[in-house]
Design a protein around this ligand. Structure first.
Ligand SMILES: O=C(O)c1ccccc1N[C@@H]1O[C@H](COP(=O)(O)O)[C@@H](O)[C@H]1O
Length: 216
């Protein structure tokens, strides 16, 4: 796979219009909208629609569900029309296909599963979000996993998630060289409330890593 000249950035778990505007101003590539009941970052469908509608062109929206009823997820997708759907649970590949949108599949890295075999099951996924959760467990935990367990090439874009912060994302990008990084709790001042300084610092650290990798 070709090495990208810059690492894409997704800010997940957006709940407030002002945080979305700040993320857009910082140049992030995507925002995540969580449709998982019980998450401190959960949105109603109408709240998600409003945040998605506030995005300018060329900033992607990613709606996230976890073991939702497939028919419910399809209805939500038809209303929300995000750029991507992210399946964060134990959804079967056939149910992911039924969403009718390009999708990302989260890979639970908390357990010793062969991530490459997992990737082979989800042949139509646009990319894989490697997170620190157990299968069927929630993300947004702020926990890291052992990056040395990441396979060399999953054959599709790798999105690194799980416990990323402004303090460790430089090392993460240099060590893993992911296609994208995905962060939720690491840029918050409280669950669901993004922090402007932490968002800015996170982007700056990714850009610093990219500049070093480009010059190497
Ligand atoms: O953020 C959540 O509340 C959440 C709930 C249910 C499933 C996934 C969730 N978030 C995803 O988990 C990763 C990692 O989060 P963190 O950076 O460790 O806090 C995040 O990028 C979301 O994609």
């Amino acid at each position: 796979m070709t090495t990208a000249l810059r690492t894409r950035i997704k800010f997940c778990g957006m709940t407030r219009a002002e945080d979305v505007a700040a993320a857009v101003a910082l140049g992030v590539d995507a925002i995540g909208l969580i449709l998982v009941p019980g998450s401190p970052r959960a949105l109603s469908l109408s709240q998600a629609v409003a945040l998605r509608a506030s995005l300018p062109p060329f900033v992607a929206s990613v709606a996230l569900s976890l073991d939702a009823d497939p028919a419910d997820a399809q209805r939500s997708a038809a209303t929300l029309r995000p750029t991507f759907w992210q399946f964060h649970g134990s959804e079967a590949p056939e149910d992911c296909d039924r969403i009718g949108l390009p999708y990302l599949k989260a890979v639970p890295m908390a357990q010793p599963e062969d991530a490459a075999a997992f990737a082979a099951r989800y042949r139509s996924a646009s990319g894989f979000v490697l997170d620190s959760h157990v299968a069927g467990g929630q993300g947004g935990s702020g926990r890291r996993f052992d990056w040395s367990r990441i396979p060399a090439d999953l054959g599709r874009p790798l999105v690194l998630a799980g416990g990323l912060t402004p303090d460790n994302v430089f090392d993460a990008v240099c060590a893993v060289r992911p296609y994208a990084v995905d962060v939720s709790s690491g840029i918050e001042s409280a669950p669901g409330v993004k922090d402007g300084d932490r968002m800015r610092a996170f982007v700056a650290q990714v850009q610093r890593a990219d500049a070093i990798l480009r010059s190497a």
